[in-house]
Design a protein around this ligand. Structure first.
Ligand code: NAG
Length: 298
């Protein structure tokens, strides 16, 4: 109930509903093919696997999620699931990429974080993020979560690169884990060379301001953030608070079509900003999926 009254207060601040998108906008949003959707499946399982105990991701014995990516070579894992979200790093020889994954959190917990009236954005730490302009600001809670594991993750990624001769690093995650993994996708390239970077994120909340979104668009070569139906998390914190998504949205519609939404926060009603104008029109249970049959969780 506290959550709902906080929302009521926020909704009072909402701008008027977006104008309906023009027909040419609607028709120029493109649907992914079946094979394009299937190509995300290994990453969906990797994001889901991040909810498993570190002892089981280190031995790749977490059950169905681990078995879905049978050739994975784990390098390191950690976190306690409360102070620090679970995480793991390893190498997928079939996809020829290092995988970095972070655990998400309960839908109610992430919603509480995202609708907190005292939400604050701050600069990135200049040691972890050397050279990033101080005009780039991010949700301080997400920033502090990423900082907890940053150097440990970097060391594990370095080990994976040298052990397997990897040329690509992919960061994955769902919910809070997607926010941490997006920050990893900004952080890791500042400390590594000779590899390319990619992010596949599920139910990503807005992490930073417009300069952050522009920085991601300019510096992280491939970001895909997949939003399921009427999930409230990707529309929070609100744009009226100065938060913006990078490009790369894929929105799963009610009819389970995966629409590729160009640009940042595309307001077409085939994309989440247009489809879910405010949290009262959202469905919390959509946050965990299913994403092409995969529901997030170990
Ligand atoms: C949304 O996508 C359409 C179709 O590609 C594009 O014309 C439009 O500029 C996009 N809107 C934003 C806000 O990026």
């Amino acid at each position: 109930m506290a959550f709902l009254s906080a929302l009521a207060a926020l909704v009072a601040l909402l701008p008027p509903a977006f104008a309906a998108p023009a027909l040419e906008t609607r028709t120029s949003i493109s649907a992914l093919s079946t094979s394009q959707i299937e190509a995300f499946k290994p990453f969906t399982h990797y994001a889901s696997t991040a909810y498993c105990q570190p002892s089981t991701t280190l031995t790749w014995s977490c059950g169905a999620n681990c078995q879905a990516n049978p050739s994975f070579e784990p390098i390191a894992s950690g976190g306690d699931g409360s102070d620090t979200q679970f995480w793991y790093v390893g190498y997928d020889p079939a996809l020829a990429t290092v995988i970095v994954a972070h655990q998400g959190t309960d839908t109610s917990e992430i919603l509480a974080d995202l609708t907190d009236a005292d939400i604050v954005r701050g600069k990135l730490d200049s040691t972890l993020f050397p050279g990033v302009s101080s005009s780039v600001t991010v949700h301080e809670g997400f920033r502090d979560e990423q900082a907890k594991t940053a150097t440990t993750i970097l060391a594990a990624v370095n080990t994976a690169i040298s052990k397997f001769g990897a040329k690509q690093v992919t960061t994955v995650g769902h919910s809070l884990g997607a926010a941490i993994s997006l920050l990893d996708a900004v952080y890791l390239p500042l400390h590594l060379s000779g590899v390319s970077f990619k992010s596949v994120l599920y139910g990503l909340p807005r992490v930073g301001n417009g300069d952050f979104a522009d920085y991601v668009d300019a510096h992280v070569s491939s970001v895909t953030h997949i939003n399921n139906k009427e999930d409230p998390v990707p529309i929070l914190p609100g744009m009226f608070l100065g938060f913006h998504h990078p490009s790369g949205e894929v929105h799963i519609t009610d009819s389970s079509v995966w629409e590729s939404c160009p640009g940042q926060d595309n307001d077409s009603d085939l994309c989440i900003v247009g489809d879910v104008p405010n949290v009262f029109d959202s469905t919390e249970s959509d946050h965990d999926g299913p994403y092409d049959g995969v529901t997030m969780g170990c």
